[in-house]
Design a binder for this molecule. Structure first.
Ligand SMILES: Cc1cc2nc3c(=O)[nH]c(=O)nc-3n(C[C@H](O)[C@H](O)[C@H](O)COP(=O)(O)OP(=O)(O)OC[C@H]3O[C@@H](n4cnc5c(N)ncnc54)[C@H](O)[C@@H]3O)c2cc1C
Length: 408
């Protein structure tokens, strides 16, 4: 027997503030593990990414999912969730890491992941405020214009439905220099409620355990023993890490860098309209992103900083103030109506090619499901299909681009 992983003693902080999405409706309680059990596949981490993985994999395999806290209370509770097919960087910049054809495939993967969420909603009902939305990527800077134009040309060349707006034909009620509008570019939902729906509708209800932390993992002849903080043992053949950016149990693949993104949610602003409730993103570095919630609150995020073991309350307060100022600059005519009610921040990971770290690790029985970048949720919808293929010894399309063993 060989001990592979042991949890670090010092806890890190991944979320701070008052996350908005889990304020109103709670997932039902699941028990903590209080005896030894056996399972084929153990998923560690029950945030939105673990919930997606568990929902789809448990249709095919014997799966158990555990979380050290309540399901959905990690970074899931503070994700802004603009579900978009575009990646964080422009196609032109991604060419350093992927071929043109691969970029097109990842964009198409994003669109089909949104359809897959729509299929889930059609089958299980819309209890998570899901809506398809157009997306707008805009620049207020004259120097940002040509990059937006190039991205527009790339989309048109490859058959995506895109429109280029300029100052003269801007149909939105705020100013920009240029904007790339995609009518079928995205969707939105409440991430906590989507995780709730996935977990409560999964087929393995008896194999879901909250408040069950995995503190060590030992490799044996037949698989692994994952031991909990209360010394219960889970005997399993395969392990999937869906721990988010929570790297106390294992060292992350070096291709992932961790950041903190900051978010404010206003009180409802009834008079504010955004054309077709479009999802908005600017081109600043770091960029800002915005959407309207169903009750016309504005959720506005960005101002990312590097992740440190503890999130500084002082920095967070400064970032929330900066976000408020940016928001008022965007919609000065609503200055008197904009009142921030919630502010919070959370960790997220980034990779050079903007894709998650999903698939088999060097140990063929250990898998990662770490959804990085702004498209974490979209990546995971596709990632669950990839994992099913890999667990069935098939090589799914695009798996090299997501591989934990890649070098960018
Ligand atoms: C501010 C912000 C905005 C974002 N905006 C978007 C967006 O617009 N669109 C998008 O697609 N994505 C977005 N993301 C990213 C997306 O939210 C993340 O990809 C996703 O929320 C992470 O979910 P997760 O399930 O991986 O992590 P988490 O929700 O953090 O879940 C991981 C879980 O693992 C558990 N865990 C960790 N270690 C152990 C252990 N040893 N034993 C048992 N359990 C353990 C934790 O308790 C936790 O519940 C955003 C993220 C942030 C922070």
């Amino acid at each position: 027997m060989k001990r592979l992983f042991r949890r670090k003693k010092k806890a890190q902080e991944y979320v701070k503030g008052d996350p908005f999405f889990c304020q109103f409706e709670r997932l039902k309680n699941y028990p903590y593990l209080n005896s030894d059990i056996q399972t084929d596949i153990l998923i560690i981490g029950g945030g939105i990414i673990g919930a997606i993985t568990n929902f789809y994999l448990s249709k095919h395999f014997n799966v158990t999912m555990v979380d050290k806290s309540r399901f959905g209370f990690g970074c899931t509770s503070c994700a802004t969730v603009l579900l978009e097919y575009q990646l964080d960087d422009y196609a032109e910049d991604l060419l350093e890491f992927m071929s043109e054809e691969e970029i097109v495939q990842t964009y198409k993967m994003g669109l089909s992941s949104i359809e897959k969420i729509q299929d889930f909603i059609n089958e299980y009902g819309n209890f998570c405020h899901f809506s398809k939305r157009p997306s707008l990527l805009y620049t207020k800077n004259i120097f940002g214009e040509s990059a937006i134009e190039k991205e527009y040309n790339f989309r048109i060349k490859h058959g995506f439905n895109a429109k280029l707006y300029q100052k003269e034909n801007n149909p939105f009620n705020f100013d920009f220099q240029a904007g790339l509008f995609c009518q079928d570019g995205g969707a939105e939902f409440n991430p906590y409620l989507f995780a709730k729906q996935l977990i409560e509708n999964s087929t393995n209800q008896k194999n879901l355990f909250e408040n069950t932390e995995i503190s060590t993992i030992t490799k044996t002849e037949n698989g692994f023993i994952a031991s909990t903080n209360f010394h219960e043992k889970i005997f399993c053949k395969k392990i999937i890490f869906a721990t988010g950016y929570n790297f106390e149990l294992f060292k992350p693949p070096t291709i992932c860098t961790n950041n903190i993104s900051y978010t404010i949610v206003t009180k409802p602003v009834p008079n504010l309209k955004i054309l077709q409730n479009t999802l908005l993103q600017d081109d600043k570095k770091p960029y800002h992103y915005l959407r309207l919630l169903p009750d016309n609150r504005i959720i506005f995020g960005g101002e990312d900083t590097k992740f440190k073991a503890q999130i500084s309350a002082f920095v967070a307060q400064r970032k929330y103030k900066k976000l408020e100022k940016e928001l008022i600059n965007l919609f000065p005519m609503h200055k008197d109506e904009i009142e921030v009610e919630y502010s919070f921040c959370g960790a997220f990971g980034e990779t050079d090619n903007n894709l998650g770290i999903i698939g088999k690790s060097q140990d063929p029985n250990i898998y990662y499901m770490l959804s990085c970048g702004a498209n974490g949720v979209i990546n995971a919808m596709y990632g669950a299909e990839m994992l099913i293929d890999q667990l069935n010894n098939k090589q799914p399309p695009l798996s090299d681009l997501f591989s934990p063993q890649r070098d960018n």
